[in-house]
Design a binder for this molecule. Structure first.
Ligand SMILES: [Zn+2]
Length: 378
């Protein structure tokens, strides 16, 4: 926690020197824990990021960059593998993802997500010394998450084994604020019927209270696995005022709670046992009667955790998609599509469902305290 969220690493933004230092550190720690390089005898997996530029962001944005996942293997010679992941990239000096965009201070990202990486390392330590699991385990520290899940998407696309040999994925993103409530949010519980009993057993063993969300779609790396039909959950100790601000610092971490979340996740792995595949189930990501397939896409990742009015764009995922071409950016909140008022993500989906390829319409977004109109061509 201390090293990853120190000012030295300058917020670990993807493709920067700070991110490289973090990756080197993680390789060293995985080595010390006695793990093997995860991919054909290499520790890191490079991938290209072509991120939509924000003209108001500090220099360095908008140029092509290379992200690097760090992958370690606990190789037990088994036919099946479990993936445990946490993103180590951060917002650097803020940029479009910051909730305090005015000041360009280092965003150390202690809870988001040095905490998840610390829990990942602790899990590696505990599982290395446990004989309760005979599956192989890949421990993956992802980069590119804050820019739009780039690292996990690349990992899934270039997976070193066929997807049906991956039993399940556990994502640790923001797990440093357990606190006295001992409440842990688990998203993705509907992606397999095997999760519920195993989660209950782990919760009981660690005196943790669960808040469960069945949806496999969320604004973090488990989504990349869910979209590849792999059961996946996200562990999360909840939102707070310092999220995506320069105030997300290491002195605010609940260290005992962080250790307990890692132990909870190890108990979860043990409770899931060794017997083969977990059945995958698609989740109802929308309430009954809502549309779930679309003829058009805006080319963005919605922020599923946003609880304000409208649909907040978490990331622009297609460089040449309709949103990018219309100049929309991460952080923009869509409040109107054509004639339809967009109060929430479901209204947004309904509006999108009425459109066909070739249509053009006006999209109204809030950007900070500005209201902007964009002509979007689908
Ligand atoms: Zn995060």
């Amino acid at each position: 926690m201390g090293y990853l969220s120190a000012d030295l690493l300058r917020g670990r933004e993807t493709g920067t020197k700070g991110a490289r230092l973090a990756a080197q550190y993680l390789v060293q720690r995985f080595r010390e824990l006695g793990l093997a390089p995860g991919l054909d005898s290499t520790w890191t997996q490079p991938f290209d990021v072509t991120y939509s530029p924000n003209p108001h962001a500090p220099s360095g944005h908008g140029t092509p960059r290379t992200g690097r996942n760090v992958v370690a293997h606990l190789d037990r010679g088994a036919g099946r593998t479990v993936v445990i992941g946490a993103h180590y990239d951060g917002l650097g000096y803020g940029g479009p993802g910051s909730r305090s965009p005015g000041d360009s201070l280092i965003h150390n990202g202690a809870d988001d997500n040095a905490s998840g990486v610390a829990a990942l390392l602790e899990m590696a330590h505990q599982l290395k010394n446990s004989d309760a699991l005979s599956s192989n385990v890949l421990f993956v520290a992802f980069s590119g998450e804050e820019l739009g899940l780039y690292g996990s998407k690349h990992f899934v696309d270039a997976m070193p084994m066929p997807p049906d040999q991956v039993r399940y994925m556990i994502n640790l993103d923001m797990v440093g604020r357990l606190g006295d409530s001992r409440r842990l949010v688990v998203s993705g519980t509907g992606t397999s019927p095997a999760w519920a009993p195993a989660l209950d057993a782990a919760a009981e063993a660690t005196n943790i209270t669960l808040a469960e969300d069945p949806s496999g779609l969320g604004a973090s790396d488990h989504t990349s696995f869910y979209l590849d039909d792999i059961p996946a959950v996200h562990l999360f100790t909840g939102a707070h005022d310092h999220y995506h601000t320069p105030g997300d610092d290491s002195h605010r971490i609940d260290y005992d709670g962080l250790h307990d979340v890692a132990t909870f996740a190890v108990r979860l792995v043990e409770a899931l046992g060794d017997d083969g595949d977990l059945p995958f189930t698609e989740t109802d990501n929308e309430p009954q009667g809502r549309r779930t397939s679309f003829d058009v896409t805006l080319g963005v990742m919605p922020d599923y955790t946003f609880d304000g009015t409208g649909m907040r764009i978490d990331a622009v995922t297609e460089d040449d998609g309709p949103a990018a071409r219309a100049g929309l950016r991460a952080g923009d909140v869509v409040v109107r599509v054509g004639d339809v008022t967009v109060d929430d993500i479901y209204a947004y989906m309904d509006a999108l469902g009425e459109l066909a390829p070739g249509d053009a319409t006006t999209v109204v977004v809030k950007r900070g305290d500005q209201t902007l109109k964009a002509e979007v061509q689908f």
